[in-house]
Design a protein around this ligand. Structure first.
Ligand code: CP
Length: 312
């Protein structure tokens, strides 16, 4: 599906780089309007159908898109586990996309291969939303991350630390590109083997965006306004022994926070977590990761409404 830039109606959401800062700001503004007056939005997508095609596990992305569609009065059809579909009989990805695009007005797709969402957008009759493609991007996660940072801290001029698996983490990849559109100081904190891919750093260098890198959160945490933590993406490692070398190599605990952080630090995580934030941190004033998941519904309502013409 190809639509003109300048409007979100009929647009695919494949990469955060396909959107200007003005367009992102508009999505955040529409999300805020929805959050302030949620009840009046029911019925805006009445008669519209969202199809959900997930070739990888998901809790938040799948269910928050469903919730968003129902909040707007639309309906969802979910392909379900691939083992129960004709994929199991050998139907190609391309045929699957072509067929399901006849059943719905918009499609959200998650797939283990980088570029799968872009490819799907070239053959689908309806807009494709990338719900995560391999180690590529997760642009709607990024939009809800930005919304959370804007609501709970600040976007312009913030000092943001991104901790964890920066090599394989697709939420990080799209977030870094989005933050590069704002005047944000970024610090990348990871085990050396999981640092941000060179091509993303080259893109930042080309845009004259400065950043710092280190491998110990304790070295930088006192200067951060936002700490964005990610899990190690075990499923992306070609060799389990390589995963074992870095597993458990960082963990945010109350002790680390008590060692000195800004009063208004916020801690985010796209979730799921697998041990990198101690549950004791959940009750501190810094934790925002469960609120972040809640914001995912209004942001996905904005995305669906803008794509399908329910909002301007
Ligand atoms: N943050 C995120 O994408 O979570 P899920 O994998 O549960 O959708």
């Amino acid at each position: 599906m190809v639509a003109m830039r300048g409007t979100l109606k009929g647009r695919d959401v494949i990469s955060i780089n396909d959107f200007s800062r003005e367009e992102i700001d508009h999505i955040l503004k529409v999300s805020d309007g929805i959050e302030k007056d949620l009840d009046s939005k029911f019925g805006l997508l009445s008669g519209k159908i969202l199809s959900i095609l997930f070739f990888e596990p998901s809790t938040r992305t799948r269910m928050s898109f469903e919730s968003a569609m129902y909040e707007l009065g639309g309906r969802c059809i979910d392909m379900g586990p691939t083992e129960l579909t004709s994929v199991k009989k050998g139907e190609t990805f391309s045929d699957t996309i072509k067929v399901i695009s006849k059943y719905a007005d918009v499609m959200v797709l998650r797939h283990p291969s980088d570029g799968a969402a872009r490819y799907a957008s070239e053959i689908s009759d309806v807009p494709i939303i990338n719900g995560g493609d391999g180690t590529g991007q997760h642009p709607t996660q990024t939009l809800l991350d930005l919304y959370t940072i804007k609501k709970e801290s600040k976007l312009d001029g913030a000092n943001i630390g991104i901790l964890g698996d920066l090599k394989y983490g697709r939420t990080v990849h799209s977030l870094v590109y989005a933050l590069s559109m704002y005047g944000i100081d970024m610090t990348f904190i990871s085990p050396p083997d999981l640092s941000l891919p060179e091509e993303i750093k080259e893109d930042l260098d080309d845009k004259k965006i400065s950043y710092e890198e280190c491998d110990k959160i304790e070295e930088v945490i006192e200067d951060l306004d936002v700490l964005y933590v990610t899990r190690i993406q075990r499923e992306r490692f070609p060799d389990i022994l390589e995963y074992k070398k870095v597993s458990g190599s960082y963990k945010i605990t109350k002790d680390i926070l008590e060692g000195g952080v800004k009063e208004d630090l916020i801690i985010l995580h796209p979730l799921p977590r697998t041990g990198e934030i101690d549950p004791d941190v959940d009750d501190t004033k810094y934790a925002r990761y469960f609120l972040q998941t809640k914001y995912g519904v209004v942001v996905r309502m904005a995305i669906l409404g803008l794509i399908l013409g329910g909002f301007e």
